[in-house]
Structure formats: C-alpha cells, structure tokens
Design a protein around this ligand. Structure first.
Ligand SMILES: Nc1ncnc2c1ncn2[C@@H]1O[C@H](COP(=O)(O)OP(=O)(O)OP(=O)(O)O)[C@@H](O)[C@H]1O
Length: 267
C-alpha cells in the first residue's frame, strides 16, 4: 500500500440483480501515481463510471482492493479529499455563481482543510463577469465551468470527472479543456477523467487507460508523451495524431475482446 498512488487490485463488482456471469468490473488492476492526469476510455458499459464511483468511495465492490494514497476510498471521501464532477453539473439554483464556487470554502473549514480563493477560480475559468448571475441564467458550458471551479475549490487530492464535457459543442469543449489543464497544473491535483473522445483523452492526459467490456477490465495503459503545455502547436502536431491512432487501435482491439464469445472471454 503506497501513499503516492491509487492502487486498484483484482477489483470485481456485480450490481445487485445483475448477471453474475457479466460483472460490471471483472479483475481490474490499475496504478495511478499522484498528480497525474489519467483518462479512462472504452466501449459503453465497460465499467468506467463504476470504477470511478468505487474509487470515490460511493460504490461498494465485491472482491479486490482499492487504496487511494494509502487510505480507503471511504476515509478519503469523509475527509473531503475527493471531488467528483458529473456529466450534468449539480449547482445550487438559489446561490449565484460566486456563492456556488465559494461553497467548498465553508465545507472545508468544517473538515479542517484549506480551500482556494473563489475569485481566483472564477478568473481561471473566465467567469468573473458572471459572478452575480444565477445558474438558470447560464449556458451549459458556463454551468460546467462553475462546477469545475467549485470542485477545485475544495483543493481535493483527487478529482474524478465523469464525461464532464460530453454535452458541449466542440468549440466550448476545447476551451474548457484548456481551462481545466490550467487549473490542474496550478493545483497539482490527481485527475481521473472518463471520456468517449479519443482526442480529448490524448489532449488532456499523461496516460490513457483503455478498458474492455465483457470482461470489464483494463485492456491497455498508453502513455501520452506529448509536451506540456498542450497548446495549439502540440495538439495539431504529428505526434498528437500518431497517439490518437494508437488509442483508436487499442480501442478496436478492446472492442474485439468484448465481442468474442462468452466462453472464450471467460476461460
Ligand atoms: N446502478 C446500477 N445497477 C445495475 N447495473 C448497473 C448500474 N450502473 C451500471 N450498471 C451496469 O454496469 C455495467 C457498467 O456500467 P458503467 O455505467 O460503469 O459503464 P460505462 O463504461 O461508464 O458506460 P457508458 O460509457 O455508457 O457511460 C453496465 O452493464 C451497466 O448496465
């Protein structure tokens, strides 16, 4: 057990009422060192969200072990050391943007943790001018920026993000990716990011974890040796395209594993 990484060993999980021959997770092994940005990608239903929720301490598992920087997921969760950004931002509708973003400061004071200056966070996601607006007055992209700023406000040791940009148009998505990287570089948080976009996974990550369905487990971990910052020249360069092709090929072979007859898969 190490305090400088997330360690997942032999993790299995079958949901109540689910078919025991088709666990959501079936022997997941994974190491994520502290301060890395790691993306999970894989076919629909391969268990990405389930893995995220188990690491977050929000979901039980059946067998195997999960330790997050030397602690259990549940104790990390209780200590407010883990943040979760879901696909749909859950903002408090009766609080304006600034008060939504400053909410963690109050929670953190109770948990004895420091927190980040809300005005700095709003600047970093380019929302200073919207500080007094209410959630119903914001676009989808703005709401997600508020949710991300708020999540970083907790100064979490670990931030788990479940397809946070999937509902956004491509232009907004790319702008938010850059803002997210800016926050991550400043806060040195460990980020685990679920996405269906190969380009997004490669743009953001130090490593891309490709998962297979049936069995739901790690198929391959691909390092992303692109320089940072990931500016225009980097994300349009030949190395970027080569890495995207590499991830696509891995996804294809992960998909072929999932498409194999059950008796072969489970042998
Ligand atoms: N609450 C639940 N109850 C029962 N089964 C569930 C539940 N949540 C997920 N599952 C099942 O577990 C498996 C993995 O689901 P999960 O949502 O983790 O996959 P995913 O890779 O995140 O999928 P997607 O990419 O479509 O979001 C699927 O077969 C799904 O139907």
């Amino acid at each position: 057990m190490s305090d400088d990484r997330i360690e997942v060993r032999g993790l299995t999980k079958t949901y109540e009422g689910g078919d025991p021959r088709r666990p959501a997770l079936d022997g997941v092994d994974l190491d994520i060192p502290r301060r890395r940005f790691v993306s999970l990608i894989g076919p629909s239903g391969c268990g990405k969200s389930t893995l995220l929720r188990v690491i977050a301490g929000l979901e039980d598992h059946d067998t195997g072990t999960v330790t997050v920087f030397g602690s259990t997921p549940e104790s990390m969760c209780e200590a407010k050391a883990v943040g979760l950004v879901p696909q749909t931002p859950a903002l408090l509708p009766w609080l304006n943007v600034r008060r939504n973003v400053s909410l963690p400061a109050r929670v953190n004071r109770r948990a004895g943790r420091g927190s980040e200056d809300p005005d700095l966070l709003l600047r970093m996601v380019d929302l200073e001018d919207a500080a007094r607006r209410y959630p119903h007055e914001l676009s989808g992209g703005m709401k997600q920026r508020v949710a991300i700023a708020r999540a970083f406000g907790l100064r979490p040791d670990l931030l788990l993000m479940d397809e946070p940009f999937s509902a956004l148009d491509e232009f907004t998505r790319e702008a938010l990716q850059l803002q997210l990287l800016g926050l991550w570089e400043r806060m040195s948080t460990t980020v685990v990011f679920v996405t269906h976009s190969v380009r997004e996974a490669v743009t953001l990550s130090d490593e891309v974890v490709v998962m297979s369905a049936r069995p739901g487990r790690v198929h391959e971990v691909l390092p992303v040796d692109l320089p940072r910052p990931r500016d225009g020249a980097v994300v349009t360069g030949p190395l970027m395209h080569a890495l995207e092709d590499r991830v696509r090929a891995s996804l294809q072979s992960a998909w072929e594993v999932g498409a194999a007859p059950d008796d072969l898969v489970r042998r």
